[in-house]
Write a protein that binds this ligand. Structure first.
Ligand SMILES: *Cc1c(COP(=O)(O)O)cnc(C)c1O
Length: 217
């Protein structure tokens, strides 16, 4: 099933859009099925789960951290992670930069933008981020490399609202790339809304349940 699910999704992805297989809460046997079907990028949302899986799985896997990251867990994932999608505060950006430098790495990160209607979601508002960039707040963080933006749309059936939120991200990406710092990735789109995200310019979709089925928490 997993291989078929992957194949179906991949057939719909335009060239240049990467698939992050969101494997949180799924056992490594399931991840291995995806791996043997050619998948190499996996997304996890809990530090301990990610490092345990990384230790026991093939070393050519790229581990992406996609969940809310507490600053006291940064040290745990820094040796393993290929891309952190969910940098949602200045404090977290600083801690990642520091911990990366301690082990001699420079870690690729995405800045998470808050555009959804639910207050439970995290991230910088577009205006907060523009102000930080205007003040060169990230300039001295030598342990991170900001390669793009990440966002989650509202959990709703209202397609127009989702589209508007994704468009806001794409426009912010353009503005930042031309005025402040060149970036290359827009991580947006999950199982329920990845087609809309791609239409609006996503370069990375994070898909879990469509590949692995429902999660058992
Ligand atoms: C769990 C999760 C996903 C995947 O969600 P699905 O609906 O299962 O595709 C994507 N992004 C983030 C940030 C997540 O936490």
């Amino acid at each position: 099933m997993i291989a078929e699910n992957l194949a179906k999704i991949k057939a719909q992805l335009p060239i240049g859009v990467e698939l992050v297989a969101v494997s949180k809460f799924h056992p490594t046997e399931d991840l291995l099925q995806a791996y043997h079907a050619g998948q190499r990028i996996f997304g996890e949302s809990r530090p301990a789960e990610m490092t345990l899986k990384a230790d026991s799985m093939p070393k050519d896997i790229k581990w992406h951290f996609i969940g809310h990251l507490q600053t006291n867990k940064v040290r745990m994932i820094v040796p393993y992670v290929d891309l952190i999608h969910s940098v949602d505060s200045m404090k977290l950006a600083k801690v990642i930069s520091q911990e990366a430098q301690v082990i001699g790495r420079k870690i690729d990160v995405l800045l998470e933008i808050f555009v959804a209607t639910e207050s439970t979601k995290q991230g910088f508002t577009p205006n907060q981020l523009l102000e930080l960039l205007e003040n060169r707040a990230f300039d001295e963080l030598d342990g991170i490399n900001i390669v793009g933006l990440m966002a989650m749309a509202s959990l709703t059936d209202d397609k127009q609202l989702i589209e508007t939120e994704f468009r806001t991200i794409a426009q912010l990406f353009q503005k930042i790339s031309t005025q402040y710092l060149p970036m290359k990735e827009i991580s947006m789109g999950m199982s329920s809304d990845y087609s809309l995200a791609i239409e609006q310019g996503s370069t990375m979709v994070r898909i879990g349940s469509l590949i692995f089925g429902n999660r058992k928490y």
